[in-house]
Design a protein around this ligand. Structure first.
Ligand SMILES: [Zn+2]
Length: 242
């Protein structure tokens, strides 16, 4: 019996990592050429990191509500109006860039598979979802991270979880998830996504919305501070009334 050939990469990895999965407490064997066992490797494609918890839409609810209150309070603020106009222009530019890329792909230009899928998700998003809804998700996510420190194990899992929700609202149907015989959609509750797809969607949306999430979140923190300050004043004034 001959041993199966071991790749150079795997030979190096077994020198560095041994045979065990690199997650503390996991006693399973490492997958060949990977740092983790089958289960934890799967976690990368599902959640962005094996140690990341899945962020459900219900967890975001409070942050989304805070953003909606901020938008409502600034309804007649000309700055908000200007921001929306400027973001709207970037949104149109994004649409053109996505169409151009996908047209080049259709004309046979080589591309990275995951990257192409990212553009397809964005195409669905641009077609099916108003910009305001995407903006709300984008800034809610930033607010959620700021108000729940440690909820994301790293930047990569933040992006992954955000893009997962972008994909959900985009109603994108992955051609690979259509049953070729019946033509029906294969239901997957949590879709696996690779790094190129996540990065493509995140980076292009970042070009539109950029730091607006951070700025909105800061504005909310300021509002909360001044409300607490006011509550304190009311409380101490009440104590003084005899
Ligand atoms: Zn493991």
């Amino acid at each position: 019996m001959t041993q199966p050939p071991v790749s150079l990469r795997e030979a190096k990895m077994s020198q560095v990592y041994g045979r065990k999965c690199q997650i503390a407490g996991c006693s399973l064997h490492r997958k060949s050429g990977k740092k983790y066992c089958n289960k934890h490797e799967h976690g990368f494609h599902l959640k962005g990191d094996p140690m990341q918890v899945s962020i459900k839409i219900s967890s975001l609810q409070r942050s989304t509500q805070e953003i909606q209150e901020l938008l409502e309070a600034n309804k007649s603020n000309p700055s908000l109006h200007d921001l929306r106009l400027a973001l709207g222009e970037r949104w149109v530019i994004l649409g053109k860039a996505v169409d151009r890329y996908l047209k080049q792909q259709a004309d046979g230009l080589a591309g990275v598979k995951g990257q192409r899928k990212g553009y397809q998700v964005l195409q669905s998003l641009l077609k099916n979802v108003p910009m305001d809804e995407v903006l709300l998700l984008w800034v809610s996510f930033q607010r959620f991270e700021d108000s729940t420190p440690g909820i994301f194990v790293n930047q990569r899992s933040y992006k992954h979880q955000l893009v997962k929700h972008v994909r959900r609202i985009s109603h994108f149907v992955d051609p690979a998830l259509i049953n070729k015989r019946t033509g029906k959609k294969i239901v997957k509750y949590v879709v696996e996504m690779g790094v190129p797809e996540v990065n493509t969607v995140y980076d292009l949306l970042n070009q539109v919305f950029g730091v607006s999430g951070y700025q909105f979140s800061k504005a909310i923190a300021k509002r909360i501070d001044s409300k607490e300050e006011l509550d304190k004043r009311v409380r101490s004034a009440l104590v003084g009334i005899t």
